[in-house]
Design a protein around this ligand. Sequence first.
Ligand SMILES: Nc1ncnc2c1ncn2[C@@H]1O[C@H](COP(=O)(O)OP(=O)(O)OP(=O)(O)O)[C@@H](O)[C@H]1O
Length: 296
Amino acid sequence: MIKMNIRKSLLAATGEIELHLDLEVMKGEFITLYGPSGAGKTSALRLLSGLMRPDSGLIEVNGRPWYSGKKNIFLAPQKRKIGFVFQDYALFPNLTIRKNLEFAQGRNKNPHTIQELIALTELENLQDRLPEDLSGGQKQRAALARALVQRPDILLLDEPLSALDSSMRVKLQDHLRTLHERFELTTILVSHDIGEIHKLSDKVVTLDHGTITGSGKPLDIFSHHKLSGKFQFTGKILDIQKQEVIYVVSILVNQEIVRVIAHENEVQEIQAGDQVLVAAKAFNPLIMKLPDTDKV
Ligand SMILES: Nc1ncnc2c1ncn2[C@@H]1O[C@H](COP(=O)(O)OP(=O)(O)OP(=O)(O)O)[C@@H](O)[C@H]1O
């Protein structure tokens, strides 16, 4: 179990903010940190992994102190059993995929683990290639495998799928969940994608300006209670067009583009790229049967 209660002063564009993380993560849990840009999500992962030193507080993992401000304890990053995956792969460009994994394993060679990871991430046919000869999704699968070769207890994922297209993301999400379970990991993900968060995480922790503003099951955090029981979905805004006195908002929901009419006051706080919740309160949504795919 991870217990942390730490503070770190950060320098934001608008001045100093204090990141305060008071958090417990159970062994085997998959949690997601969610919040606006600059909230402190990446810093939270860096503080836990030892890449950034807290100003004060305590980090304890399975009863062992990794950091204590009072006792002046700071466990070196390489001694924390953590795997880290970033958005940008960070593979060694001059080593093949297999050599990347072997290099990351260091002196404690374990070909069995490497073999299993290559199989689980479906890299058998690609293991002798250089990273530049792989697609983005394949590189990220290799980065995931590499993060796990030392059999860490904790996996930290900083928006690992955000550079990939949506079908590749879905596939990688399945790999992530499989690896989380197979290696009995405790996983902390940073993600902006509400669908992905629903699919993967047991718990969401929301952060804003360095402060934890909420935590709970994805459904409880993202479904708005005042609208509960009504028709609602989440999506990403692609475009907002003004047409005379109204606005047409194009929203990507899964693979479909949905157009919603909005009034001026509704579009004031939203822009292309935002994740939004669309809900209908006053009318019943239409339901139409689609052709039976078995018979077409
Ligand atoms: N080493 C550091 N020292 C001081 N301030 C830092 C340091 N690293 C980051 N910051 C600042 O801390 C704030 C939070 O950054 P952080 O990268 O943790 O946010 P984030 O929630 O991950 O944002 P994003 O979603 O854009 O990645 C930013 O304003 C950043 O400039």
